[in-house]
Design a protein around this ligand. Sequence first.
Ligand code: HEM
Length: 69
Amino acid sequence: MSCHFKGSNIGGGINLDGYVAVESYAKNNSLVGSVKHSGFSPMPKGQPKLDDCKISKIEAWVKAGSPNN
Ligand code: HEM
């Protein structure tokens, strides 16, 4: 899965590389909102929505308090 990474590939000024960076998007709901295409900038941009299984995993992880595992 190619989302937002450090270096020349950083997309839209959004860095999702590393736990601390992702956690902030988990906590403000934009991570789940964007992959579910509900209310936030739809992600992945210009590509088909992630499958339901991947979305459920992300959602479950955020609901569990986005543990650093
Ligand atoms: C599953 C993969 C991806 C995830 C999880 C993801 C996640 C996110 C999140 C959480 C934001 C912030 C949204 C907000 O605050 O409303 C964002 C913004 C953004 N993302 Fe992604 N992203 C993904 C793939 C991509 C790809 C492939 C591209 C470009 C080809 C991209 C380009 C952007 C841009 C340009 C923004 C800034 C907001 C905008 O202009 O719409 N993302 N992304």
